[in-house]
Write a new protein. Structure first.
Length: 180
C-alpha cells in the first residue's frame, strides 16, 4: 500500500459549526504541514493515474488546487481551474449549484477543454456532490469526458459520491468519514 488511510485520516481535522452551525468541516490543511502525509497523498494519486489516458486535470477552488497542481506537474498534464464566480479573467462560462449550506456559482474559462479531452476532476472532499456536479456540467459543456472524480475525503452518507456514480463517472477517494 502506498498510503496509510488511518494516517491520512489522523491528519484531517474536524472543525465543528463551520462555516455555519451544524456543519462538521473536514480540514485537509494539516496534510500540507506534514511532509510524510503530503507525500502519501500525492504518491497515491500519481501511481493511480500515471498509466491512464487522462489528458487534463481539472480542480476545484481552492483546496483542490493544492494537490491537483502537484499532480499536473508530476503527470505532465494541463491543469484546468474551476473557480468561484468572478475569480477568472477573460471569457468564462458559469454554473450555479446548491451547497449543503447555501448556493454558489462556479466558472471555467471558455476553451479550457476541448471535445474529446479526458479529464480527471479533483477536489479535496465529496459531500453532497453539488460542487462536483456543477464542475462536471461545465467541463462536459465544452466537450470533455470526465474519466474519474477524485478526492481526498468522501462523506458517503451525504450521497455525493453516489450521485456522481449515477452519472456513470467513477469516483475515487483516499478515505471516508461515515455518519457525517
Amino acid at each position: 500500500m502506498l498510503y496509510d488511510d488511518f494516517y491520512i485520516k489522523s491528519l484531517i481535522q474536524t472543525v465543528e459549526d463551520w462555516p455555519k452551525e451544524g456543519i462538521s468541516f473536514r480540514d485537509i490543511t494539516p496534510i500540507f504541514s506534514d511532509p510524510k502525509g503530503l507525500r502519501m497523498v500525492v504518491d497515491a494519486y500519481i501511481h493511480r493515474y500515471i498509466a491512464t489516458d487522462i489528458s487534463h486535470i481539472a480542480c476545484i477552488d481552492a483546496r483542490g488546487f493544492l494537490i491537483a497542481s502537484i499532480l499536473a506537474y508530476e503527470l505532465q498534464k494541463p491543469l484546468i481551474l474551476v473557480r468561484k464566480k468572478g475569480k477568472l479573467p477573460g471569457a468564462t462560462i458559469s454554473q450555479k449549484y446548491a451547497l449543503e449550506y447555501g448556493e454558489a456559482e462556479l466558472e471555467i474559462q471558455e476553451g479550457a477543454v476541448s471535445e474529446g479531452d479526458q479529464v480527471l476532476l479533483f477536489d479535496d472532499l465529496i459531500a453532497t456532490g453539488g460542487t462536483l456536479c456543477a464542475a462536471i456540467s461545465l467541463l462536459k459543456s465544452q466537450g470533455a469526458n470526465i474519466k474519474e472524480v477524485a478526492a481526498i475525503i468522501d462523506l458517503p452518507d451525504l450521497k455525493g459520491s453516489q450521485i456522481i456514480s449515477d452519472l456513470e463517472i467513477p469516483v475515487y477517494s483516499l478515505c471516508a468519514f461515515e455518519g457525517e
